[in-house]
Design a protein around this ligand. Structure first.
Ligand code: AMP
Ligand code: ZN
Length: 489
């Protein structure tokens, strides 16, 4: 049974009922990583949010999903950090090749692969992605969009770079739908080249940047002018989402910091060039904080997943921690919070184990149905994971599984199985066998028997075998020596 889905739309600032544009299919675009370094766990929160969303749409809404996440492999940072002498170039990447584009690809491919390893570890399945496009594979289409924007009069060329004319666009359409922009600060005709900039620096932004010595570039002639160079970051997403999903698609996700300028600029570009809004729903996750501050590479206050693993953390505990807070609230990361997440995760895991061992008579069907309805409705209503987990704990506390009938246990295991298609942090299996405990005296007797056999003292060996048997164990001779096993009843 499908449950309704509601989502907070940053565009309308309201929770709205979600229905896909096309039949039963949901098309989602997630702004992916900029692959110039290892992703930090704040970045991972934003990809876990998108993962949660696509899983809820599938499991709770019963939709089909096409999930696209791009790889930003060309922008200011990837160029900066792949350049000669950069400390981000690690020895295991091999030699720094002279050709700037080849060098950029070699550098970004290394971090792209590391990124894939990281997202798998936090429970994101690669098969859930419809595509993971790289920006450098869409350059001709990007040039095409620049051309269109200029043709329509919303772009202009300065020294081989192409800029978006914000004041002209504002006479035509709204700019600043997602984010409150103070237009008093806007200086007409002022331009910014940086891919990321603050609202204080708000000006015309670069669609395409003229070639700089030593940087990767693509040939491009526009209106008879040599504009050889490379795309701006915002343009990349406008193009990839249209090429792969078509416009408009259903949902666009990213962290709150991307509302401006990245997503505002994306909307302006797509509308100016293609004449269509890129998406219906804009969904943004809040930040992961550390010591009350945004975790970010520029502040240097960040952990990568590798840092956590080095400290013995199970990445699935991090996944659980992220889902223990609502995506729209800030989450302060501490190791204590991570330990609590682990405890809570295992409390549920142990409950699941015990469901395999209940042989009572209690029929819990009605309660389980109620539980499913409540949890799935809460997940469907703007992905309320904390509420869903609270409901689950309440049930667990009030319903020890020992007395459940086998049928009820099966029903509940089915519900946990479905929940795990979303949370993906548990195993729905009986508890693995404890490692066999063999007492020290049995080990000693087995060793003595082995020696006796080696010395061809078979009567002593048989006597020792009998003594071991009295203690509930048997010795089986193997090629390598012997093995001690418990005696089966
Ligand atoms: P980047 O690799 O810098 O392009 O960022 C990838 C994603 O991570 C974007 O959606 C950002 O909004 C998001 N992001 C960056 N820092 C944080 C943070 N501290 N908490 C949550 N999301 C973040
Ligand atoms: Zn993007």
């Amino acid at each position: 049974m499908a449950y309704p889905i509601y989502l907070f739309n940053s565009l309308t600032r309201k929770i709205e009922k979600f229905t896909p544009l096309e039949d039963n299919l949901v098309r989602i675009y997630t702004c992916g990583p900029t692959v110039y370094n290892f992703a930090h766990i704040g970045n991972l929160r934003s990809f876990l949010f998108a993962d949660l969303l696509q899983r809820v749409l599938k499991v709770v809404g019963k939709y089909k999903v096409q999930w696209v996440m791009n790889i930003t492999n060309i922008d200011d940072k990837t160029i900066r950090d792949s350049s000669p002498g950069s400390t981000a170039w690690l020895p295991e990447m091999g030699r720094q090749v002279p050709d700037p584009l080849k060098r950029l690809i070699k550098f970004t491919e290394y971090y792209r692969k590391k990124f894939i390893e990281d997202i798998r570890k936090v429970g994101i399945n690669l098969r859930d992605f419809y595509r993971m496009p790289k920006a450098t594979d869409y350059i001709p289409q990007m040039q095409e969009l620049v051309r269109k924007i200029v043709e329509k009069g919303f772009g202009y060329i300065v020294n081989g770079s192409v800029y978006f004319d914000v004041s002209k666009w504002r006479q035509h359409d709204l700019y600043g739908k997602l984010y409150h922009i103070d237009f008093e600060k806007f200086k007409e005709g002022s331009r910014i080249d940086a891919d990321s900039y603050d609202k204080e620096e708000f000006s015309d932004f670069a669609l395409w940047k003229a070639r700089k010595e030593g940087e990767p570039y693509w040939e491009f002639v526009l209106n008879g002018i040599n504009c050889s160079g490379r795309p701006g970051w915002h343009l990349e997403c406008s193009v990839m989402e249209r090429e792969i999903l078509g416009l408009p698609f259903d949902i666009h996700t990213g962290g709150v910091d991307l509302k401006f300028p990245h997503h505002e600029d994306e909307i302006a570009q797509s509308k100016a060039g293609y004449g269509v809004e890129p998406t219906v729903f804009w969904c943004h996750n809040e930040f992961l904080l550390v010591d009350g501050q945004k975790m970010s590479k520029s502040l240097g206050n960040y952990y990568t997943l590798r840092d956590l693993i080095d400290r013995g953390v199970d990445p699935l505990d991090f996944r659980y921690l992220v889902f223990s807070a609502h995506y729209s609230t800030q989450l302060n990361f501490t190791f204590q919070a991570l330990a609590s997440a682990r405890k809570a995760r295992f409390r549920i895991q142990n409950y699941i184990y015990s469901l395999f061992e209940s042989y009572g008579v209690e029929d819990k069907s009605a309660k389980i149905k109620e539980l499913r309805d409540k949890i799935f409705s809460d997940l469907g209503y703007d992905l309320q994971t904390p509420k869903a987990l609270a409901t689950l704990f309440e049930f667990i506390n009030e319903n020890p599984p020992k007395e459940f009938s086998q049928n009820s246990s099966k029903e509940l295991l089915k519900l946990f199985g479905d929940l795990n298609k979303i949370f993906n942090v548990w195993t729905i299996e009986p508890k693995p066998e404890e490692k066999l405990f063999i007492p020290e005296d049995v080990k000693k007797l087995a060793e003595l028997r082995f020696e006796a056999r080696k010395n061809k003292n078979f009567s002593e060996a048989d006597r020792l075998r009998e003594e071991i048997k009295q203690k509930g164990f048997q010795v089986v001779d193997t090629k390598e020596g012997y093995q001690i096993l418990p005696i089966e009843e």
